[in-house]
Design a protein around this ligand. Structure first.
Ligand code: DAH
Length: 338
């Protein structure tokens, strides 16, 4: 009996278990309902009474060994099975990358938001324009020297079809269709035939503003732009107006804002002037109103136009205009909004 037990113990120890099939064979032989140890237990009755306890103990040990070996392989097998699923529940989750908003879109949205608060609505116009809307109706007829201020891209050798050089064209389109009072803001892309450099580009963005109603005065223009500068650059921002010329406004002015970096004391951003130019503006020329069928005796208006790149440059200290259109992620991802 003892020899039989010893032989089976050896068999348990040496039984190869590498896969599920072998594990199952082991289970059937040593632990199943008709396992081999059952014969040993039933053979106990033939063992001498004084030996029974010891032999019984040995069979129990054998049974425990078999169970232990089975459990050990079974556990291992289960854990390999779960890795087979390809899921590692302890791995940290993958971060969802959020995109960022283009600085020009951010600035445009902010400017629109400021003017919406004082009753302006947004209007749109085509980028491919005709001569009338881009120049002639804006009091800039053919041969007018002011046309040279804006190098124009013409399409198909046809001098009447061009890429708009200014969003002022949308003023005309809007006034042709709407009766005063008009309070409109027109953001959009414009094109000029300029060599691309850090300071110039062949396309850029403008936002145009137009207010036409009865008794609109230069004081209204100044108040509006003062409000705008304070909202955009902070309560301490000041504006100043310098006389200028635009064919579609009379009188015309250029507007500077106090340098937000040095507070007007002078630094290298404002080139020690304390002021930064941000836009052009003026009272709508009576000829322009007439061209759009609006009676200049009854109505007056003001207009202004600014470059979005310029404002973004001042807000975010962007030194090179080309960065806006190069799609460099290292530049763009700095403008995360969330
Ligand atoms: N259209 C002008 C430009 O592109 C900017 C401008 C100046 C627009 C004065 C206006 C204005 O409406 O009143 O240079």
């Amino acid at each position: 009996m003892r020899e039989k037990i010893a032989a089976l113990l050896q068999e348990v120890e040496q039984f190869p278990i590498q896969n599920k099939e072998e594990l199952e064979a082991f289970r059937i032989r040593f632990l199943g309902t008709k396992n081999i140890l059952k014969d040993l237990f039933s053979g106990l009755k033939d063992v001498a009474p004084e030996d029974k306890k010891a032999v019984g103990g040995l069979i129990n040990d054998l049974k425990n060994k078999a169970q232990e070996k089975f459990d050990a392989f079974n556990e291992k097998n289960e854990s390999t099975e779960s890795t087979d699923l390809g899921i590692d529940f302890s791995r940290p989750g993958e971060e969802k990358k959020l995109g960022s908003i283009h600085p020009l879109s951010l600035v445009t949205a902010e400017i629109i938001d400021i003017f919406k608060r004082i009753g302006f609505i947004v209007a749109d116009g085509p980028e491919i324009e005709d001569d009338w809307h881009n120049f002639t109706a804006l009091n800039t007829p053919e041969e007018h020297p002011a046309r040279d201020m804006q190098d124009t891209f013409f399409i198909q050798q046809n001098p009447d079809v061009l890429l708009r050089t200014q969003t002022s064209s949308v003023q005309i389109r809007y006034m042709e269709k709407q009766k005063p009072p008009i309070r409109v803001l027109t953001p959009g892309r414009v094109y000029r035939n300029e060599a691309i450099s850090a300071r110039a580009h062949c396309f850029f963005h403008q936002i145009e503003g137009l207010y036409v109603a009865e008794k609109v005065s230069f004081a209204d223009l100044k108040q509006t732009l003062d409000f705008f500068a304070k909202e955009l650059f902070g309560e301490s921002a000041k504006i100043r107006m310098r006389p200028s010329f635009f064919p579609f406004t009379e009188p015309s002015a250029e507007v500077d804002v106090s340098c937000s970096l040095c507070g007007g004391k002078g630094c290298n951003v404002c080139k020690y002037a304390g002021w930064l130019e941000i836009l052009g503006c003026g009272m709508v020329d009576p000829n322009v109103l007439k061209n759009c069928g609006i009676d200049p005796e009854k109505y007056t208006g003001f207009a202004f136009g600014m470059g979005v790149e310029r404002i973004a440059q001042l807000k975010y200290r962007v030194k090179d205009l080309r960065l806006y259109s190069e799609n460099d992620v290292r530049f763009l991802e700095q403008f995360k909004t969330v």
